[in-house]
Design a protein around this ligand. Structure first.
Ligand code: G16
Length: 553
């Protein structure tokens, strides 16, 4: 039996919110890990974060490494909070450990000691071999939080949870989710970067400034080195300000908006993407190039006011798909120049999307870039895994969450060797501007600016030279239980509730050039409807019709 001693405020029965209010969690209430960790009303979370941090500390001891705990509910409303666990490589938590975390979180107070003992028993053999080799000193839990008011109380729960077995706890304060991923990786791979906030800023800044010097703006360039950033009133505001203090404004000028208001309210990448609307404090005048972060700054969407739109405040989006295609063009161009030198080793590249990818982007990748896009389930963990199959794997969700990952083969032939060829130097630097541990709004923004400068493009050019989006519409549908909706086929076909998919198919068939699907969210208690059609009016009509059909079930 485990010696687990749980402070009463972090038991299910004694669960206590950040205001000191007791908010007990019934034994039969179940929590699932979801698309990106546990995410609920913050009142429910102190006991849950305590247990997750304990699981993280076990994982840290098992691997004798740093493990990350990020306290955030990202794009969700301010009242929610959540916890994401990060593996030693900086990637999302391993799937088997998601299951362990779910078991521990869902145990009743009475069941907890035996659930914990069972898990510890499995770990102890592995850990013993580390101890025998004197190797437990690297185990630590590194914890960050976003700007939510409930963050500090949950940080305290995490600190006490990971202290149960004396694992070192490091509170890195208010950071973006990608910064936490980066620092975790830096702890475990010291050659990657210094494992501090400043280490992150320095590494990204230096790579950006070097790559900037390697980039030649073409004659007649229409590129403008200025961007107005909607910070979603979240962590992007303080942390991107810190990073931009390191980069001279003649390289890139950033104007900050939405820094101190209500988190994700009428602003942020999720709002702009779903509503296709300008965020609060933007009026479309004198704002040639703008970009939105989400609450924890792991998503990036560029936008501008939509010309000639009937709807006031309509936004034209340069979303995750357009960013992925821009990166793909740039990388492909550098690789082409490299392969023309007939090198001993080829470098391959791939691109991964989800069903939300605009149909026009998928066609552009296939027909213009001559690449075969891979479509996977929603959730960056799935995209990351597929992209890791390539030497250079680009992955993006349409909602602006994505990055580029580079293989060890790429490292061995490019990143680790000083290169004389300009395209190779550019690729090596690009791989360092990008935060390959996870989608990072800051790093992605800097990489977009490099690509636009390289091509000499204004927003008009970016819009015209790639593809025009197929009209699309997304709706969130409030449902009693999202668990009643089950999908297959990379989440594009519903298998439950029985009969619903048939109705969807019949409705979609009534519209020209249409495509639609319905799936339960893994982060909110809603079902998402996505619809494409020949015109925006038809896409909206199709989406809203499907919403009504979903509500009947
Ligand atoms: C998270 C995930 C993303 C996912 C999004 C929405 O983003 O990391 O991969 O696309 O949730 O997921 P769902 O449609 O299941 O609600 P974030 O930025 O909220 O952490």
């Amino acid at each position: 039996m485990s010696f687990l001693v749980v402070p009463s405020e972090f038991t299910r029965a004694g669960n206590t919110t950040h205001t000191g209010e007791k908010f007990p969690i019934p034994d039969d209430e179940k929590f699932s890990y979801g698309t990106a960790g546990f995410r609920f009303d913050a009142k429910k979370l102190p006991f849950l974060v305590f247990r997750c941090a304990y699981v993280a500390s076990l994982r840290a001891r098992q691997l004798n490494s740093a493990i990350g705990v990020m306290i955030t509910a990202s794009h969700n409303p301010e009242e929610d909070n959540g916890v994401k666990l990060v593996d030693p490589s900086g990637d999302m938590l391993n799937g088997q450990w998601e299951k362990y975390a779910t078991e521990i979180v869902n145990a009743s107070d009475a069941e907890l000691p035996s659930a914990v003992a069972a898990l510890e028993k499995q770990m102890s053999q592995i850990e013993k071999s580390f101890i025998a080799r004197g190797l437990v000193q690297n185990a630590r839990v590194v914890c960050g939080m976003d700007t939510r008011v409930t963050g500090p109380h949950l940080m305290s729960a995490a600190s006490q949870g990971s202290a149960l077995f004396s694992v070192r706890f490091e509170n890195i304060g208010v950071v973006s989710t990608p910064i936490l991923h980066y620092i975790v990786k830096s702890h475990n791979f010291p050659q990657f970067a210094n494992p501090t906030l400043h280490g992150y800023y320095t590494a990204i800044k230096e790579a950006f400034m070097e790559l900037y010097m390697e980039t030649e703006e073409p004659e007649g360039s229409r590129y403008q080195p200025k961007v107005i950033v909607d910070c979603a009133n979240g962590v992007g505001a303080p942390r991107f300000r810190d990073l931009m203090k390191e980069i001279p404004s003649d390289y890139l000028e950033v104007e900050f908006r939405n820094e101190n208001g209500r988190l994700n309210h009428q602003c942020g990448a999720d709002f702009v993407k779903i509503k296709q609307e300008l965020p609060e404090n933007f009026d479309g005048i004198q704002e040639p190039k703008s970009a939105s972060f989400d609450g924890d700054a792991d998503r990036l969407i560029y936008f501008r006011s939509k010309k000639g739109a009937e709807k006031p405040r309509a936004a034209e989006l340069f979303d995750g798909d357009k960013i992925a295609c821009l990166y793909a063009m740039y990388i492909q161009e550098q690789l082409k120049a490299y392969h023309e030198t007939k090198p001993t080793y080829n470098i391959d590249m791939g691109i991964v999307q989800t069903a939300y990818a605009n149909g026009a982007s998928t066609r552009f990748i296939r027909d213009t870039l001559k690449m075969k896009p891979i479509i996977v389930k929603t959730g960056v963990k799935y995209l990351h895994e597929e992209a890791s199959e390539f030497d250079i794997g680009i992955y993006f969700e349409a909602n602006g969450h994505g990055t580029v990952v580079f293989s060890s083969h790429f490292d061995s032939i490019i990143r680790r060797h000083p290169q004389t060829l300009v395209p190779l130097r550019r690729l090596a630097l690009f791989s360092r501007v990008i935060n390959e541990t996870v989608g990072d709004a800051f790093a992605d923004l800097l990489a977009v600016e490099i690509c636009l400068r390289h091509y000499g493009w204004s927003m008009d050019d970016w819009a015209e030279k790639l593809y025009r989006d197929v009209p699309s519409h997304q709706v969130k549908v409030d449902v009693a239980k999202r668990e009643d909706f089950e999908t297959t086929n990379a989440e594009q076909t519903l298998v439950k509730p029985i009969g619903l998919q048939e109705e969807i198919d019949k409705t979609v068939a009534k519209y020209k050039e249409s495509r639609a699907f319905v799936r339960p969210s893994g982060t909110e208690n809603i079902v998402r409807v996505y619809a494409e059609a020949d015109t925006l009016e038809n896409a909206i009509e199709l989406g809203e019709t499907l919403k009504k059909i979903v509500l009947k079930y």
